[in-house]
Design a protein. Structure first.
Length: 460
C-alpha cells in the first residue's frame, strides 16, 4: 500500500512538472509570435568587449572581439536568441558635461527611431565612461504617440526588467541588457525608452549629437503615459546604446561606423534625415535593419574622449559594430577627421592601414565590409592643399579595392564637378563639410543594395 502511494505521489509530481514546462513553452511561443529569424546572435554570449572596459580602458585589446549576441544580465539566454536583430543603436561617445554625479532623482526618456520591426524588444544600457556603479531604479519602453512631446501611444507602455527584477546596477565601465519585453514594434517609428536614476551614479555615458529631442522629468515617471511631467528637453541620448527586436524573418543588420557625416550633422532636427535613415527605408523590404554607429568628430586612429568624440574607430569597432545583435554587413564611413582635426594625420598610408584593420576585424567574423571614399571639404575653413592631398591619397587607396570588399564613392557623388575639392552647392549644409538634407538623401539612395544583400562571402 505504501509503495502504491509512493508511485502515486511520484506520478503527481511528474504531472506538475510537465504542466509547468508546457506553460513555459506556451509563454515563449506567445513572446515569439511565430515570427522567424535570420539573426546571427550566438545564444548565451554577452558583449564582453564592452563589459569591463573602464573609463580609460578603450584600447584595441579591450574591444577587440565583441560578440553578436547580448544576453540579459543575470538571465539565461532568451528563446530564439538567434532571432534578435538590432533596430536602433547609438555609440557611447563620452561623458556628459556638467553632471558629474548623474541626473539624480530624475527619469530620462530617450526617443529613438526604429529601422526594422519585431514582436518583442530589449534594450542595452551603458555605463562605459564611469568609474562608479549606476543604479537604474526602474525602466520602461513604449511606442511614441507623436513627435511633439514625450507621450506614449495608448496601450503600449511596458515595464522593462533585468533578470526579472525591476532595478539593476550597471557596473563601472560595463553595460546591461534587459529581459525581452512583449511589444509589437513596427519599423520606421519612434520608441520611448525611459530609465529612473534614483541615486548618484558618476559621470553620464552619452551620445551628444542625437539630432532628436529627448526628455527628463523629476521623480520616477517611467510608467507615465502622458508626457506632461517631461518638461526638460535634451538633444542627447543618455545611457541607452541599443534597442533590439525579436524577428525571425530578418536577415540581420547593416552596421555603419562613421563620423559626423554618418551621425547626421547638418541634417534637419527631429526629422530622421541622416543618410542611414534613407538607406533603412530602402533595405527594409530585404529584411535588414540599419544601425548608426556614427560619432561626430570620430577618428580612425586617435581617441577623442575628452571632447565627446569617442574612442578611435579601431578600438571601438568590436563593441560598436561587431557587438551589435545580428550584425550582417559592415559599412565604414570614417577617416576625414584624422585629416582635418589636430593633430592632423598627414600620412595617408596610416589612415588606410587603420581602415584595413577594421576590415580584418570584420573578416575574422566572416562579415562583408562596404566602405566609402572620403567626401570633399574644400569649402571648410580647415581645408589646405596639403590636407587635400592626404584625402586624395586615402581615396586612391580605397578606389584600388585593397581596403574594403566593396566601395561606395561618396566623394564623386557629392563633389562639385567644377570644383572637385568642394561639395556641390545643393548638397552643402553651409559649412563646406557636412551634407544638406538633399546631400544625405542622395547618399542613402546611392548605395548599391547588391553590395549589402548579395551572397558573395567576405574575402578572408
Amino acid at each position: 500500500m505504501n509503495r502504491q502511494r509512493g508511485f502515486a505521489l511520484l506520478a503527481g509530481l511528474l504531472a506538475v512538472v510537465a504542466l509547468v514546462c508546457a506553460t513555459i513553452f506556451a509563454g515563449v511561443g506567445a513572446l515569439d509570435g511565430g515570427v522567424g529569424g535570420g539573426g546571427r546572435d550566438e545564444a548565451g554570449s554577452d558583449r564582453a568587449a564592452a563589459s569591463g572596459n573602464g573609463a580609460g580602458g578603450n584600447g584595441a585589446s579591450g574591444n577587440g572581439a565583441g560578440s553578436r549576441a547580448r544576453t540579459p544580465a543575470g538571465a539565461a539566454a532568451p528563446v530564439s536568441a538567434d532571432a534578435w536583430t538590432g533596430t536602433w543603436a547609438a555609440s557611447p561617445a563620452g561623458i556628459e558635461p556638467g553632471v558629474p554625479n548623474g541626473h539624480v532623482g530624475r527619469s530620462i526618456r530617450n526617443v529613438v527611431h526604429t529601422s526594422i520591426g519585431g514582436t518583442a524588444a530589449r534594450i542595452t544600457l551603458s555605463n562605459l565612461f564611469s568609474r562608479e556603479a549606476l543604479l537604474i531604479g526602474r525602466a520602461s519602453i513604449a511606442v511614441s504617440e507623436h513627435k511633439e512631446d514625450a507621450g506614449a501611444a495608448a496601450g503600449t507602455m511596458r515595464p522593462v526588467t533585468f533578470g526579472k527584477k525591476a532595478s539593476v546596477v550597471v557596473p563601472p565601465g560595463g553595460h546591461v541588457v534587459s529581459d525581452p519585453v512583449r511589444l509589437q514594434v513596427t519599423p520606421d517609428t519612434d520608441l520611448l525608452v525611459t530609465v529612473h536614476t534614483p541615486a548618484p551614479g558618476g559621470p553620464v555615458t552619452y551620445h551628444p549629437r542625437a539630432l532628436r529631442t529627448s526628455y527628463t522629468a523629476l521623480g520616477d515617471r517611467t510608467r507615465d503615459v502622458s508626457g506632461a511631467a517631461y518638461i526638460e528637453r535634451a538633444p542627447v541620448w543618455r545611457y541607452l546604446t541599443a534597442v533590439d527586436v525579436l524577428n525571425r524573418q530578418a536577415r540581420g543588420s547593416v552596421v555603419v561606423i562613421g563620423d559626423s557625416i554618418t551621425d547626421g550633422t547638418g541634417s534637419s532636427y527631429d526629422s530622421d534625415r541622416r543618410w542611414t535613415d534613407t538607406l533603412a527605408d530602402r533595405v527594409r523590404g530585404s529584411g535588414l535593419g540599419v544601425l548608426n554607429a556614427g560619432i561626430s568628430g570620430n577618428r580612425v586612429l586617435r581617441h577623442s574622449l575628452a571632447a565627446g568624440k569617442g574612442p578611435s574607430g579601431v578600438s571601438r569597432f568590436g563593441r560598436d559594430v561587431l557587438g551589435q545583435a545580428g550584425t550582417e554587413v559592415v559599412f565604414v564611413e570614417l577617416g576625414i577627421n584624422d585629416i582635418i582635426r589636430r593633430p592632423n594625420e598627414t600620412d595617408p598610408d596610416r589612415i588606410t592601414a587603420g581602415l584595413k584593420a577594421l576590415t580584418r576585424q570584420a573578416h575574422a567574423r566572416g562579415l562583408r565590409v562596404v566602405g566609402s571614399t572620403l567626401t570633399p571639404f574644400g569649402g571648410n575653413s580647415r581645408h589646405t592643399d596639403q590636407l587635400e592631398a592626404v584625402r586624395a591619397g586615402v581615396n586612391d587607396a580605397i578606389r584600388s579595392g585593397d581596403v574594403f570588399d566593396r566601395t561606395v564613392d561618396f566623394d564623386r557623388l557629392l563633389r562639385d564637378p567644377y570644383a572637385p575639392d568642394r561639395l556641390r552647392p545643393d548638397y552643402d549644409s553651409g559649412d563646406g563639410l557636412h551634407p544638406s538634407d538633399a546631400g544625405y538623401a542622395a547618399m542613402g539612395r546611392f548605395v548599391d543594395l547588391g553590395d549589402l544583400i548579395g551572397e558573395e562571402p567576405a574575402r578572408l
